[in-house]
Design a protein around this ligand. Sequence first.
Ligand SMILES: C[S@@+](CC[C@H](N)C(=O)[O-])C[C@H]1O[C@@H](n2cnc3c(N)ncnc32)[C@H](O)[C@@H]1O
Length: 245
Amino acid sequence: MLGLSHRNRKYFYSIFSHPVSRVMKSELFIKYFKLIDKRDSVLDYGSGDGPYKEMLKHYFEHYVAADYQVTNAHHSVRPDIFIDDNQNVNVDDESFSCVVISEVLEHVYRPHEALQEINRVLSPNGFVIGTVPFFMWEHEKPYDFHRYTYFGLKRMFEDNGFEIVKLDYVGDIVGVSTYGFSKLLGNFIKPIRKIKPLHFVLKTIISIPSILYYFLVKVKFIKSFFMKYFGEYPFGFVFVLRKSV
Ligand SMILES: C[S@@+](CC[C@H](N)C(=O)[O-])C[C@H]1O[C@@H](n2cnc3c(N)ncnc32)[C@H](O)[C@@H]1O
């Protein structure tokens, strides 16, 4: 996953080149990111290819990327520091005012350990902001361990010393269906991926339902009705937490 694009200080993923689930989660992530007023230092926990790196470096004085070595090997960007097998990072207590954890918790076999470590490195009243999938195929195999519900996340965050500022569903059954549909058809066109122009055209065609869904949500045509009744089938969640004091 490449980094966010940006134009006039606006950071975004294009719906025409990224999965709708990622685009919608990151839009809410960026919206909530603006709520965070403590902008000294940020730890990107499970940084991967660092899609938010440029944005975080723009807003924070100090940016540190941390990743788990084994799984990071499959990414194209190396972190500043590694996370060890017990989920620890070699930094002082309370040394960051913000921790970003984007699409990582599903890969952590013992998520409570990760949350305790994040709590340790956060300064008092520091923030955590992140995303996690709910509807997502197994990925980064075999390091894909969990799918969390709203209630599982809430309890896990509170049990590990965080107050919930935001915890929101992203997407609904319509979005998940359009996305599943394009993934399904995507499998059929895999054999022709070397014929690039044809593959591109077909890929675009099968993404149309997802793209249409995205724009219908944007103009609030879908959201109010479907989220009300079918919000329990989300792409995933976006959360903002504050370290409880
Ligand atoms: C789907 S990628 C997300 C990367 C990046 N944060 C993003 O938003 O694109 C999952 C990330 O989790 C990391 N990861 C896997 N196991 C981990 C663990 N036990 N502790 C911390 N990070 C882990 C991987 O190395 C990878 O960077």
